[in-house]
Write a protein that binds this ligand. Structure first.
Ligand SMILES: Cc1cc2nc3c(=O)[nH]c(=O)nc-3n(C[C@H](O)[C@H](O)[C@H](O)COP(=O)(O)O)c2cc1C
Ligand SMILES: [Mn+2]
Length: 471
């Protein structure tokens, strides 16, 4: 049975002893960010808990952080499964998406605040990079929008700056699906209706941070991940539908053509992302459950909750595209978290033809042009999630002049601070263009035997391990 919502999921986390309640009062304007940073720095992923800040100074709403990406173990619990099954679950969901259902009402309507009563300052939105960010940022928004022509739904996570009691700044890169919707509404001189969902059942968060094709509706993939449809309810003031059990829903509209300063914001690259001129959301209504839980993603410097969830979803959607849609001989694909699950892409393949490497790289780039500034392709026997094996293969399977290609005029990795100094505004077109390094780290000819004892000898030693008096 899928989790009905975030609360059922929190109970399960608690049963798995993965939830840590912080009962001491904390200050949302500096302390939550610092506690989260220390938890990610000091506690290894296997033991890292999800954090529920129960008493936030000045608010009666608790803050939940890490509930999707404290670790892969937590992510697996969100799928009601084991870590080793995350890949299959994503594969199944993409092969067999399930359309949402409509219900007349739901818990997200227990409290409704319209007009001036829809006040963002009632929510305990933290400040994340204190001294650098201009104010609080909503980091876990599942932003729902619709294509005005096809009516197809999209759900995506884009940073939201709290700018006033009823105004949010929104930054979505030009290639993001909500930007596609917004441009269509702007061409019609109409406002873009949006609904910001906070604290839905965890599969909605999984799909909101993952890149699919423009035609793919995230609600359907979430249904596939849940194994049952997502129940949706109609919004109060915008023509959109949202998950019925969500903790908090902020409804609003993006006025066409209007831009104002947004950012800078401490980003997933580990640096401040540039400020720029961005659209805003005018809030029309806030609905929430009784005693809502405020959900936030912990991001900024990797590793973070953000790098964990991006890595998992992106690896799975890219793998599915290369293996299933294009039929390429890909074994595994890895986006290391230290590279923000964006800067480096490692792929292992069963190479039968020299052109396989080019076909795999061009397939990956066509699907997600912004991922991978360094893309390296390895033979299938290399475990690309093991740094030592990657470094070994790079060192001894590669001839730089023959095997390394630099290609120019590519889509940049979003927010890459090496592209331009901070003064260049985020919307400057130069920030969209970059170059890439492609490394063919497969063996291009017969290689000598490995300098290892014969496998049979190693097995014999394993079998009589006790004899040596080692651990
Ligand atoms: C914590 C977090 C914050 C993000 N913030 C932004 C953002 O501010 N702007 C943006 O364009 N993408 C952001 N992303 C990436 C998008 O969520 C991701 O590209 C997603 O695929 C967007 O949905 P779409 O493909 O339907 O447009 C963020 C991802 C995470 C995990
Ligand atoms: Mn999308």
């Amino acid at each position: 049975m899928a989790y009905a919502g975030l609360r059922e999921y929190i109970e399960t986390l608690e049963r798995h002893r993965k939830l840590h309640r912080i009962a001491a009062e904390v200050d949302k304007d500096w302390e939550i960010a610092a506690v989260c940073r220390r938890v990610f720095q000091k506690i290894a992923p296997e033991r890292r808990p999800v954090l529920l800040f129960e008493r936030v100074k000045g608010f009666d709403i608790p803050v939940l952080v890490g509930s999707l990406g404290a670790s892969s173990e937590v992510y697996a619990i969100a799928l009601e499964d084991r870590v080793e099954r995350i890949h299959e679950r994503w594969e199944e969901a993409q092969k067999r998406p399930i359309k949402p259902t409509r219900v007349p009402t739901g818990p997200c309507k227990e409290k409704i605040f319209r007009g001036d009563a829809a006040d963002l300052s009632r929510l305990p939105t933290p400040v994340w990079t204190v001294g650098e960010d201009p104010g609080p940022y909503i980091t876990a928004p599942c932003v729902v929008s619709r294509d005005p022509e096809t009516l197809a739904y999209n759900v995506g996570t884009y940073r939201l700056q709290v700018k006033g009691s009823r105004k949010l700044g929104i930054w979505a890169a030009e290639g993001q699906h909500i930007s596609h919707h917004r441009r269509k509404y702007e061409a019609l001189h109409q406002k873009t209706p949006v609904a910001v969902v906070l604290g839905p059942d965890p599969t909605i968060e999984m799909v909101a941070v993952t890149k699919f094709s423009l035609e793919t509706e995230e609600y359907d993939i979430a249904g596939g991940l849940r194994g049952e449809p997502v129940p949706l309810v109609a919004c109060e003031t915008v023509p959109l539908e949202v998950p019925a059990t969500a903790e908090i829903v902020i409804e609003g509209e993006i006025p066409p053509g209007y831009r104002e300063p947004e950012g800078p914001f401490g980003e997933y690259t580990g640096y401040m992302g540039a400020a720029g001129n961005m659209p805003v959301i005018e809030v029309t209504c806030i609905t929430h459950r009784d005693r809502p839980v405020y959900r936030a993603f912990f991001s900024q410097m990797p590793p973070s909750e953000s790098s964990c969830i991006k890595r998992t979803g992106r690896e799975q959607s890219l793998l599915k595209h290369l293996k299933e849609d294009l039929g390429l001989p890909v074994r595994d694909l890895h986006l290391p978290e230290s590279a923000g699950a964006a800067g480096m892409m490692l792929i292992s393949i069963k190479r039968s033809d020299p052109s396989d490497v080019k076909r795999v790289v061009s397939g990956a780039l066509r699907y997600a042009a912004g991922f991978g500034k360094f893309i390296a392709v390895f033979d299938e026997d290399i475990e690309i999630r093991d740094h030592a094996q990657v470094e070994w293969a790079m060192s001894f399977h590669v001839q730089p002049q023959r095997d390394v290609t630099i290609i120019g005029e590519c889509q940049a990795v979003a927010l890459d601070p090496s592209q331009a100094p901070p003064e260049v505004p985020q919307e400057d077109p130069s920030r969209e263009v970059s170059s890439k390094v492609i490394i063919d780290a497969t063996r291009k000819h017969g290689f000598p035997a490995l300098s290892l004892p014969p496998a049979e000898h190693l097995r014999r030693v394993d079998a009589q391990w006790a004899k040596y008096g080692l651990e």
